[in-house]
Design a protein around this ligand. Sequence first.
Ligand code: ADE
Length: 237
Amino acid sequence: MSLISLGAAASPIAILSALPQEQRGLIALLQQPQKVIHANRDFWLGNLHGQPVVLALSRIGKVAAATTTAALIERFGVGRIVFTGVAGGLGQGVKVGDVVVATELIQHDLDVSPLFPRYEVPHYGKARFHCDPVLSALLFEASRNALAHESLASHGYADACVHQGLIASGDRFVCGADESRMLRDTMAGAGHAVMAVEMEGAAIAQVCLDYGVPFAVMRTISDRADDSAHVDFHDFV
Ligand code: ADE
């Protein structure tokens, strides 16, 4: 399978989102947009602020996200991957409207115990996958600048802030106060203090590690993964 030629010498940066609502604003900004269909997915090639980029939807869940990530690397030759989307807040003080920039990702629903320690990905010797520190620092700075923008106050997020920390991924929309408390406490008991929960990041992290591609993840908090998470999620998105 051949790489799509993007003309420019630099490898493009991929910007991944899970949902069309999360991606729409990026497509609107894309210069010289070109849509390529591959693996039953739409990939948008073009330029953003003079940088070659590929925009894609991971779709929802770890398997779909892994497929999209592998396609971005194998077929489109991306050199870096950034994920932008929403997540449920789990950590103390992580509220709707805040941003969490991941330092590491973990799969909260992976359990091959007693063969391997709980959460450990077999044959990788670890449960947590590190994000690229340079990309993550850029996301942190960009998020802080965006939240300082005065128009956010008019949307009711005047005190929104940016956190950095561990994000947990799993094939489950966490929607219950008891469930989210149990998830947070169980993971904390195993030494994993989780700030936010979503459904794709750790899969992207694992594929990126396999290919040696730097990646980073930023998530805006749409809900608190509690009893009203499904309503809050829809309202926020
Ligand atoms: N993405 C946004 N909110 C979420 C939640 N509560 N659980 C899983 N993924 C999410």
